[in-house]
Design a protein around this ligand. Structure first.
Ligand SMILES: Cc1ncc(COP(=O)(O)O)c(C=O)c1O
Ligand SMILES: N[C@H](C=O)CCC(=O)O
Length: 438
């Protein structure tokens, strides 16, 4: 914590205590606020679209636990489902009917999924889907896109987004070189680079793995035809297309990016929203592929807490609420209002800002050009983002503390929240403009 004012005294003390016992004082790197050169705000509680810190400050929240809280925090129906499940026992390590009920909802929502396996984190979902793809195709290489983040398992910590991008490392110490060499990296939105990878590594690529809407280098939408071309290249080469919809699933449409863009994946990874704020994730696809998983097949995948009854109850409650008519229209209109308000504020302040938005996720990049891939993101003015972040925090708006993350709008945000956020942005961008002129 460097710049922060005394009104963050409790957060500062909590961070010092945490640093004595937890590496970097946190349990996930981006939470440490290193991406904005500040110390973290420690959270006491959250309700609806608000989070409250240990110093008693209130913020309009656009982190939403990095995506899961699409209904807002502590939604009464989700909390009631959690209580009811907890009363019946917290974990059995045995099958429950609720897991089938959740699977029915996922299969009903995602056109490409016939069977699904529940896991506890997005990392596990992607790691397991790729193992399955490797076994199914009998190949070892994967293609991933620069700036996409797929969790922290070894194969994906290569040119990754999110907190890895913040650290500025191309790869990660501890990842065996032999494994990293099996990951081929292509720029996002560059189908020609993927085609070239297929030519270079003929019959060796098991899967093309992509965030169909990239959201871990800030939000970068797929260019027209990009996902379709990936689909065609995979079909031509006997390779599986894996959509990592851990963020986009149930976010950019109920049926995820696959519904929004009309392109089907062979395997789909889900997380965040489907856990309703509890540790639950999933991967799924055609039965003919999924049946290769143990116990029907030989591809081993397991989890003591997989399909945990409390997480499953939160998941069902969340998906049932999201299935109600009007949710995605409302998310779209809130997202559009925030986008246009931010654009207006930037224009008034004379600060170049490129806004990328898909439904209720968006990012403002401090630059005057379109942002289509990770190189574009890296060329933006990160110092301006840091200043903007600090100004917004001071004005009670809690953004993701990194230029490589998205803003998440929830159904709990009101028009008044968006209005207050735009007002805060107007003042914050004026401060950024003053700093530019200095
Ligand atoms: C697209 C994507 N895939 C995978 C993951 C990993 O999920 P988790 O953090 O639950 O392991 C994340 C976020 O962390 C993500 O944004
Ligand atoms: N960008 C990450 C996931 O989407 C942020 C969450 C984390 O790494 O703690």
């Amino acid at each position: 914590m460097t710049d922060q004012h005394d009104s963050y005294a409790e957060s500062r003390a909590a961070y010092a205590a945490a640093c004595r016992l937890l590496p970097g004082g946190v349990n996930s790197p981006v939470r440490a606020f290193g991406g904005v050169d500040l110390g973290p705000v420690f959270i006491e509680s959250a309700k609806g679209a608000r989070v409250f810190d240990v110093d008693g400050r209130e913020y309009i929240d656009y982190v939403g636990s990095w995506g899961p809280m699409i209904l807002g925090h502590a939604h009464p129906e989700v909390v009631a489902a959690i209580h009811a499940a907890a009363d019946k026992g917290t974990s059995f390590g045995a099958p429950t009917q609720a897991e089938t009920a959740l699977a029915e909802r996922i299969v009903g929502a995602m056109a490409s999924i016939e069977k699904v396996r529940l896991v506890s984190s997005g990392t596990e979902a992607v790691m397991s889907a790729v193992r399955l793809a490797r076994a199914f195709t009998g190949r070892e290489m994967i293609v991933k896109m620069a700036g996409c983040y797929h969790g922290h398992s070894d194969s994906f910590l290569v040119a990754a987004g999110s907190g890895v991008a913040e650290q500025g490392t191309a790869s990660c110490p501890g990842v065996p070189r032999a494994l990293a060499q099996l990951t081929v990296v292509a720029p996002y939105n560059d189908a020609a680079a993927v085609r070239a990878a297929f030519e270079r590594h003929k019959n060796r690529i098991a899967a093309v793995l992509v965030e169909p809407v990239a959201a871990n280098m800030g939000v970068v939408p797929p260019a027209a035809g990009y996902l379709e071309t990936l689909r065609r290249l995979c079909d031509e080469n006997g390779t599986l297309l894996i959509f990592d919809e851990v963020i986009s699933g149930f976010r950019v449409a109920f049926g995820g990016a696959q519904e929004r863009y009309g392109v089907r994946a062979d395997l789909t990874c889900l997380g965040k929203i489907i856990g309703g704020g509890l540790p639950l994730a999933a991967f799924g696809g055609r039965a003919a592929i999924m049946e290769h998983l143990a116990p029907t097949g030989k591809v081993y995948q397991a989890g003591t807490l997989s399909g945990n009854p409390i997480a499953t109850a939160a998941a069902i409650a969340t998906l049932d609420l999201l299935a109600r008519p009007g949710c995605y229209e409302r998310l779209e209109s809130l997202g559009a209002a925030l986008e246009s308000g931010l654009a207006r504020a930037a224009a008034r302040a004379g600060v170049p800002l490129t806004i990328n938005r898909v439904g209720s996720i968006l990012s403002g990049f401090f630059c005057d050009r379109p942002v289509r891939d990770f190189a574009d993101v890296q060329a933006t003015d990160i110092a301006r983002f840091k200043r903007f972040f600090a100004e917004m925090l001071e004005r009670g708006v809690y953004l993701a503390p990194s230029a490589y993350e998205a803003m998440f709008v929830s159904l709990a945000h009101t028009d008044a929240d968006i209005g207050r956020t735009v007002e805060a942005a107007q003042a914050s961008l004026k401060a950024v403009a003053r700093a530019i002129r200095l």
